[in-house]
Design a protein around this ligand. Structure first.
Ligand SMILES: Cc1ncc(C[n+]2csc(CCOP(=O)(O)OP(=O)(O)O)c2C)c(N)n1
Length: 267
């Protein structure tokens, strides 16, 4: 599926899923929707009808609170029945928990939610791929606030030391985290310089521009892991949610839902 069309369908799905559940992190989800759509729509080698195919590229969403985005993407691509999305975050014994889980969900590689863990697991998978001389690539997506966690930096240092050029970390840099503006909470300065000093090949892109994302995500530098700093807007696509941290962990219903869906439909 075309990545722009995929992103549009995901945005509609996640608005409905979170609304239906009365919960979810809609701002955080909309922030990464274009990244996930480009990865699955243009970059990754995927097998929706054979999700464990050993040749598949691996993706780990390290900011697991935005898991609805991955579920919607996988359903749109036929990994599982789209009707399942209605059970997202439901207390009815659903497989689709609020924070992303691999248990019972075809296509999800690893459960996350406690920030700072997914990147290390992804690096381990990349090391295994190298040891096996396997063709697959491994992608991890972390939030900029999540990069406050020291484990992110340990993982990148390890990936550089082991020359894991089959590994790409994407940082969803929306400059906001749950409690407010990131530069007021813990100012990390320039991520690009910091990741480069840890040995990564760093690229910076507009995280909503599919062409820029695709170029960066295709790029591999021999002997070096890649880091893509994707500059994003939290709540992207819905005017009243954009850069509005009230929607970090919220959902919309009624007229607000209708307005949001209408805006997405027009894009
Ligand atoms: C280890 C850990 N500490 C705290 C939290 C609670 N928490 C959930 S989301 C979030 C903010 C994450 O910010 P960022 O990575 O920038 O993501 P985004 O703003 O896109 O949601 C926090 C602190 C958590 N899930 N895990």
């Amino acid at each position: 599926m075309d990545s722009k069309k995929l992103a549009k369908e995901i945005r509609k799905d996640v608005l409905l899923m979170t609304s239906n559940a009365g919960a979810g992190h809609i701002g955080s989800i909309l922030s990464i929707t274009d990244i996930v759509a480009v990865l699955y729509g243009k970059i990754m080698n995927i097998f929706p009808k054979d999700p464990k195919n050993p040749k598949r590229d691996r993706f780990i969403l390290s900011k697991g609170h935005a898991g609805a985005c991955v579920y919607a993407c996988l359903a749109e691509l036929g990994f599982f029945d789209k009707a399942e999305l209605e059970n997202y975050y439901s207390p009815n014994g659903t497989k689709l928990s609020g924070h992303v889980t691999h248990k019972g969900n075809a296509g999800v590689e690893f459960s996350t939610g406690s920030l700072g863990h997914g990147v290390s697991v992804a690096v381990g998978m990349a090391l295994a791929g190298k040891m096996d001389k396997a063709p697959y690539r491994v992608f991890a997506l972390a939030g900029n606030g999540e990069c406050n966690e020291g484990s992110i930096w340990e993982a990148v240092a390890f990936a550089s030391h082991n020359k894991l050029d089959n590994f790409t970390l994407i940082v969803d840099h929306n400059k906001i985290q749950s409690m407010g503006d990131s530069d007021k909470i813990l100012d990390m300065g320039t991520y690009a310089e910091k990741f480069a000093s840890f040995g990564a090949y760093v690229m910076e892109v507009d995280g909503h521009n599919h062409a820029e994302l695709a170029t960066a995500l295709k790029t591999r530098k021999r002997g070096q892991p890649a880091v893509v700093i994707a500059h994003t807007v939290k709540g992207k696509g819905v005017s009243f949610m954009e850069n509005n941290n009230l929607y970090h962990s919220a959902c919309v219903k009624g007229d607000d839902l209708k307005k949001a869906l209408k805006e997405i439909e027009k894009q």
